[in-house]
Design a protein around this ligand. Structure first.
Ligand code: 5RP
Length: 233
């Protein structure tokens, strides 16, 4: 029988540096206030979502609540398991609500997400939730989407030339392939795909759909007009 190895589980702690940690911890505590017994909660990715899992797990323990998470990546599923929160999938149920981080938020609460490469699952879970709390520190607010970050676009590897050609017909200033940290190969998503980083001169109402209309594009990191409520300090 497979036994859970606690040493391995310890490796599941967030290992990277967390920028603006104090601000992120505050918004994590605020989202935990929304948790009620019996709820199914969509759980996004990134360091802020990770801190929110810890805040929710501690409330769940203290108040003896039962909640179930729908995680947006394997990493998030493991973080939930380690925090004692059971998980389910979108194939089984839908979330009562969800939470996630973001890389950019504009004044209309449109988002760019996907620095962690999980935007496909993040969008599936967000689109399945009546409401998603977006947890951000103040560094995430921008006047226009694309100001700080390129748009990540997940593509089937076989479509790389086709997508590159089609992007040239859009209002794009630069396209790059997301590389692994040590630049020894491309980032491969959980679904075995590549991620293009696309700089747009302008991101408009239809950019999200225009990107997804290119054959071979799985999903992109523009979240336009989703039912979100932003929690920030
Ligand atoms: C991952 C995401 C994250 O939510 C986004 O990158 C924000 O991350 P962090 O909370 O670490 O700043 O979209 O795909």
């Amino acid at each position: 029988m497979l036994k859970w190895n606690n040493q391995l589980a310890d490796n599941l702690k967030w290992t990277g540096d967390i920028s603006n940690r104090e601000q992120k911890e505050l918004v994590a505590l605020r989202v935990a206030e929304h948790v009620k017994d019996g709820q199914v909660i969509g759980v996004g990715s990134g360091s802020t979502a990770f801190l929110a899992i810890q805040a929710i797990a501690s409330k769940v323990k203290k108040e003896n609540l039962t909640v179930t998470a729908i995680p947006t990546s394997v990493e998030v599923a493991l973080s939930c398991a380690r925090a004692g929160i059971s998980t389910t999938t979108l194939a089984q149920t839908r979330p009562d609500w969800g939470f996630d981080g973001a890389d950019e938020v504009d004044s209309e609460f449109n988002l760019i997400k996907g620095r962690g490469g999980a935007m496909f699952a993040e969008k599936l879970v967000m689109a399945s939730s009546p409401k998603t709390y977006i947890l951000v520190d103040e560094s995430k607010f921008v006047n226009r989407l694309g100001h700080n970050f390129p748009v990540p676009v997940e593509i089937d590897p076989r479509a790389i030339h086709l997508v590159e050609t089609k992007l040239q017909e859009m209002d794009v200033s630069a396209v790059g392939l997301r590389m692994a940290k040590h630049k020894d190969g491309p980032v491969i998503t959980e679904a075995g795909n590549l991620i293009l980083e696309v700089r747009f001169n302008h991101i408009g109402l239809t950019t999200e759909q225009d990107l997804n209309a290119i054959p071979g594009v799985i999903e992109n990191g523009i979240f336009f007009n989703y039912p979100v409520e932003v929690i920030s300090n």
